[in-house]
Design a protein around this ligand. Structure first.
Ligand code: ATP
Ligand code: MG
Length: 180
């Protein structure tokens, strides 16, 4: 499974619809300070369900919506779509290509879609459990994260290994069953 494409509209500095194609292998994103490199990583975490505005470097969720510039008016909503190649079946779905979309309006209302079909955030989280891809997954290592992992309590660090080993979904199901 690999990241095939990222479509961004109205998210942070991306006022126009931007489509970024990724090939197999390594992709590097370069650009001057403030040109939007980190905003791309934020878009990926956001579409995977990030709920913390702070970790997206904003004060409230509305801050992810393009806020206008000298020549352009602010936009009313932000939308990000992530397309993954699933021809190896790593994601538990029959589709060989999976798209995840999230949209947020200024009212704060969020919408989620899997393959353009409305779904809950929970469905997206479940799709990625044990793949290492979720918003807390080890596939996105942000600044300071290496140090944070090294200085974590043993319990929390174990969580990262449990996810990599593929047993996180059983833990989540057990917790859910115990709550009922
Ligand atoms: P650096 O090299 O310094 O890390 P960068 O390429 O990672 O820079 P980003 O942090 O991705 O840059 O982009 C910051 C830019 O995004 C700033 O110019 C900021 O004004 C703009 N920005 C952030 N949120 C919004 C928003 N809601 N609307 C419009 N622009 C935004
Ligand atoms: Mg940056």
């Amino acid at each position: 499974m690999y990241l095939k494409r990222l479509e961004i509209y109205g998210f942070k500095s991306f006022a126009d619809r931007v489509c970024i194609e990724f090939d197999k292998g390594i992709t590097a994103i370069v650009g001057p300070n403030g040109s939007g490199k980190s905003n791309i990583a934020d878009a990926i975490r956001w579409v995977l369900g990030e709920q913390s505005a702070k970790s997206l470097r904003g004060g409230k969720m509305e801050d992810v919506i393009f806020s206008g510039s000298q020549t352009r008016k602010p936009l009313g909503f932000a939308e990000v779509t992530l397309v993954l190649d699933n021809s190896d079946g790593a994601l538990p779905t029959e589709y060989s290509e999976v798209s995840i979309t999230r949209r947020v309006f200024r009212s704060g209302e969020s919408e989620y879609y899997i393959n353009r079909t409305p779904c809950r955030l929970k469905d997206i989280v479940e799709l990625f459990v044990d793949t290492g891809i979720g918003k807390e997954g080890y596939s996105i290592i942000g600044q300071g994260r290496v140090e944070e992992i090294l200085s974590m309590h043993a319990e929390n660090r174990r969580g990262i290994f449990e996810e990599a080993a593929g047993i996180m979904k059983y833990k989540l199901r057990k917790e859910e069953a115990q709550r009922k």
